[in-house]
Each structure stands twice: as structure tokens, then as C-alpha cells.
Design a protein around this ligand. Structure first.
Ligand SMILES: Nc1nc2c(c(=O)[nH]1)N[C@H]1C(S)=C(S)[C@@H](COP(=O)(O)O)O[C@H]1N2
Ligand SMILES: [Mo]
Length: 321
């Protein structure tokens, strides 16, 4: 890489938290679109922009999940994605996920539960009050974003179906629409994409069932109509466009673990001290800061150690990566 003097930190990263929060609140009251909150970027206001076309979702900001950093610009959040069902390029999901059929959409919750149930997506939207939570998200490829998600804790749904005493794991099976997902013809993963959590991870209040981003319904590329967000884990654990949630006694097989077990463990916890076999996980590139901006240190459990480290007490995290 040529030696170019890194530009200064974007103003957003040095705004004191109280100033930042006050400004955010003010903008909300004034009805200023979240787009204007992007890290220093003013996007041209395109009349027919897909950022505006999505259904607004009314949600209460949860003050426990506000961050000092400005969210990543909405345009970056919805145009730089991983969603291999639509191709492996970062722009493939935004280019092709519009083909996904989103209604009718049902989500079956089954397995080790007392009350298995098939939910219509529009009923799931109303199952618990919608909150906006700003989460740090970290991809295993060492880039990161800060994303305002709309949804509620997954535990609200799991409690409705009465997990049995044998339920130890929760799998998320995601949509397979061969007609509409051009990536399914490639054998890169064994479709459908499945990821899973231990039940205590799934019940953790941070584990979020997500219906929207930036105050509007999720666009296809971010996992419409419903995905999970697990902010202390690498992004691949957060399955998109979920159709089935299965509780089980046995540890399920998961997509990335099956394809490359030495690279992707079952846990996928963000851990700067455990490198991926082919690259370091110690630092990350923040999307939106510009390619030449300095990388930043990756935090243990992606900055959520206070909340989640007790889940892994006594575990060797080098072995259970
Ligand atoms: N169904 C499905 N879910 C998926 C993926 C995928 O390819 N298919 N990619 C994962 C990966 S690797 C990441 S980093 C996140 C990206 O989410 P985002 O594009 O909303 O930031 O989605 C995850 N969920
Ligand atoms: Mo990822």
C-alpha cells in the first residue's frame, strides 16, 4: 500500500457522547432522516432512491444500545453486503435481492418446543414492541459497520413457543428461492444457509430479531423480511431471510462450519486474539471511513464483553472459536 498520510478521524468519532445523543434526539424530533446522520457523508437526495421506497417502521430508540460513533451511512449499509444466495460480490445482494418474494412469508418455530407454531411475518412484526438499537457489526472478513436495527429480542419469540428442557440449540434456516436467488446455482455452500446458537446465546437480550434498518423495513440485501443480529459474533452467524427456527438437543450442523471447519467454528465470537487461519482478527476496517483511513482495534466480543463474557466462563476460546 502506498504511504499516504491518513486523513484525520471523521468528526463523528470525536463527538462526545452527550453531544452526539442530543443531536440524534433533536434530529429525530425534527424528523430529519437518518440518512443525514451518516459519518460525514451527505448523499444526493435521489427522488426514486431505494432508501426511501421501504415501508417506515415506528420504533422506540432503546437508550441501552446507543453508541458514541455515528452509524455507518445508510447507503453503505444497504449496498455493501454479504448474501451469497445472490452472489459472492459485495454489490450482488443490492443488485439482485430485489427479486426475492417477501409475501406471503411464514416462519415456522419447531423442534424441542411445547407449542410449535407457524407465524405469519406480519404477526411477528407485532409480537413485541419494536425498538431501535444501534449495534456494532463485525464481519469475519475484518470490516465493520455501526447499524441502527429495528426489532426486538429473540427471547420474546422463543418464550411464546415454550422451549422444552431438552432444547440446547437454536438453528436459523434461511430462505431458498431457486427462481429468485441466482447464487443458489453455485455450490459454494450447501443450501439453505443455516446458522445456529446455543440456547443461552439465543435467549440473551442482545440477540435481536430484526425487521428493519434505518427506521424502514429491511431491504432484501440486508435480510428481508426478518433476520437475526448477534452483535458480539462475526456477521456470518446472523442469518438473513429466516423461514424456520428449530430448537434441538444436539448441536446442529451450520453452513460455514461444514464448508471450512478450521476457519469457521460453531461459536464465531469476535475475538481479536484468535486469528482466522488466513488473516489476523486484531484490527478492522470501518466501512465508510475510506480505504486509507487507519484500521481500528477489534474489541473482545466486538465491544460487548461486559454483556456476554459470562456465557463463556471457563471455556477455552482458542478451541471453541
Ligand atoms: N442467508 C444468509 N445470511 C447471511 C449471509 C448469507 O450469505 N446468507 N451472510 C452473512 C455474513 S458473512 C454477514 S457479514 C452478514 C452481513 O449482513 P449485512 O449485509 O446486513 O451487513 O450477513 C450474514 N447472513
Ligand atoms: Mo461476514
Amino acid at each position: 500500500m502506498p504511504s499516504i498520510k491518513p486523513p484525520g478521524l471523521p468528526p463523528s468519532s470525536i463527538t462526545p457522547e452527550h453531544v452526539w445523543l442530543a443531536r440524534r434526539q433533536w434530529m429525530r424530533q425534527m424528523g430529519v432522516g437518518a440518512l443525514a446522520l451518516g459519518a460525514g457523508s451527505i448523499m444526493p437526495a435521489l427522488a426514486a432512491s431505494p432508501t426511501d421506497a421501504r415501508t417506515p417502521l415506528v420504533a422506540t430508540p432503546n437508550p441501552s444500545y446507543q453508541l458514541m460513533r455515528a452509524p455507518t451511512a445508510e447507503q453503505d449499509v444497504i449496498s455493501y453486503n454479504n448474501f451469497y444466495e445472490f452472489g459472492t460480490g459485495k454489490s450482488d445482494p443490492a443488485d439482485y435481492a430485489g427479486a426475492m418474494v417477501l409475501r406471503p412469508w411464514t416462519v415456522s418455530v419447531e423442534g424441542e418446543v411445547g407449542k410449535p407454531q407457524v407465524f405469519d411475518i406480519d404477526d411477528l412484526l407485532k409480537l413485541a414492541p419494536l425498538e431501535e438499537r444501534v449495534y456494532r457489526m463485525r464481519c469475519v472478513e475484518a470490516w465493520s459497520m455501526v447499524i441502527p436495527w429495528t426489532g426486538y429480542s429473540l427471547s420474546a419469540l422463543l418464550k411464546k413457543v415454550d422451549p422444552t428442557s431438552r432444547a440446547r440449540y437454536v438453528s436459523f434456516v434461511t430462505a431458498e428461492q431457486p427462481e429468485n436467488m441466482r447464487g443458489l446455482s453455485s455450490r459454494i455452500l450447501d443450501w439453505p444457509y443455516v446458522e445456529a446458537l446455543r440456547i443461552d446465546e439465543a435467549m440473551h437480550p442482545l440477540t435481536m430479531l430484526v425487521f428493519g434498518v434505518y427506521g424502514k423495513a429491511l431491504p432484501g440485501q440486508n435480510g428481508a423480511p426478518m433476520r437475526v443480529a448477534i452483535p458480539w459474533k462475526y456477521g456470518f452467524k446472523s442469518g438473513k431471510s429466516i423461514v424456520r427456527i428449530v430448537l434441538s438437543e444436539k448441536m446442529p450442523e451450520t453452513s460455514w462450519n461444514k464448508v471450512a471447519p478450521s476457519e469457521y467454528g460453531f461459536y464465531g465470537n469476535v475475538n481479536p486474539t484468535v486469528p482466522h487461519p488466513r488473516w489476523s482478527q486484531a484490527t478492522e476496517r470501518r466501512i465508510g471511513d475510506g480505504f486509507f483511513a487507519p484500521r481500528v482495534d477489534t474489541l473482545m466480543f466486538n465491544g460487548y464483553a461486559d454483556e456476554v463474557s459470562s456465557l463463556y466462563q471457563g471455556m477455552d476460546l482458542k478451541r471453541w472459536y
